[in-house]
Design a binder for this molecule. Structure first.
Ligand code: NCD
Length: 303
């Protein structure tokens, strides 16, 4: 495997191995501190990011490697009209591995086909975000001690939220899972996710509107931000942006061992009063992102 563009390119045993390596790194970080000495990661970010880019960069530094890149398209030659393939071919002259985020679906795939070094999809439009999903899987494994036998509620913008699409694609391989998809009608999970993943793999799911009604049965609640940048129309965004707000009152009906996750950034969808609840896993999730990206870089560089 050269690249990671879609989470389905990883077998279950490869995912489990990445999780095991990430746990080893968590326990013995110094053992990994020089594994990528003299290697360079290029972060090519054509879209805003805090966690994904910084965790990739921190991951490479913690492996003893170095980082180059750009954090906005406007400061790269994309602003002059350079193609993604040409930019990738240029970066290949300087770096050993690329992490790319792009507003256009498929851009990291195009880059991966243009170069011989590994390309990691760090989020392509409303499509997929496989390294967020690896982060989510490590988080679920650490919080719950298992990746099977779970009822997972995904709440918010399930239409444009790429992290949800990749999460569903990844979880479909584990036994005895159930999804509760909580969204307004306008922000339902896209047809292709329903037919090509949920229905094809015979994963039980229900689509509901009410977070309050769904909450008592959930083992994991995966909240998402309404993806403002993917809306065509400001009025629709304003109407839908506060569809769901998780408050301490709504949590009263939840299980004691619920894990509350969110890829972040949060806007209004989780009240800050919940941050101190032991069930709030979203900042632990951020931390896990660096460790699993370290494991992924090691795998793709075959270190
Ligand atoms: C997500 C993304 O970029 O898709 N953030 C992230 O990478 N942690 C979610 C979001 O932007 O809402």
């Amino acid at each position: 495997m050269k690249d990671l563009i879609d989470i389905r390119e990883l077998s279950t045993s490869e995912i489990n191995q990445l999780i095991e390596v990430a746990k080893e790194i968590i326990d013995n970080p110094l053992d990994f501190a020089e594994r990528c000495k003299h290697k360079k990661l290029a972060t090519l970010f054509y879209e805003p990011s805090t966690r994904t880019r910084l965790s990739f960069e921190a991951a490479m530094y913690d492996l003893g490697g170095q980082v180059i890149g750009f954090s906005e398209a406007g400061s790269s030659s994309a602003a002059k009209g350079e193609s993604v393939a040409d930019t990738a071919k240029t970066v290949e002259c300087f770096a050993d591995i690329i992490a790319m985020r792009h507003p256009k679906e498929g851009a990291p795939l195009v880059a991966s086909q243009a170069v011989n070094i590994p390309v990691i999809n760090a989020g392509d439009g409303g499509h997929h975000h496989p390294t967020q999903t690896l982060t989510d899987l490590l988080t679920i494994a650490r919080e719950k001690g298992r990746l099977d036998n779970l009822t997972i509620g995904c709440c918010g913008d399930l239409k444009f939220g790429r992290t949800v699409h990749s999460l569903i694609a990844a979880m479909s391989r584990y036994a005895n899972l159930k999804f509760v998809l909580i969204s307004p009608d306008e922000l339902r999970v896209p047809e292709h996710v329903r037919t090509e993943i949920l229905e094809k793999d015979k994963i039980p799911y229900e689509e509901v509107h009410s977070l309050e009604e769904a909450i008592p049965k959930l083992d994991i609640l995966y909240m998402t931000r309404v993806q403002k940048e993917r809306f065509f129309n400001e009025a629709d965004y304003i109407r839908l942006k506060d569809s769901y707000i998780l408050s301490p009152e709504k949590l009263r009906q939840a299980k004691d061992d619920l894990s509350i996750m969110h890829p972040l950034p949060r806007v209004n969808e989780i009240s800050t009063a919940i941050d101190s609840d032991p069930r709030a896993a979203y900042f632990r999730q951020v931390k896990n992102g660096k460790f699993i990206r370290m494991a992924l870089i090691l795998k793709l560089l075959e270190v």
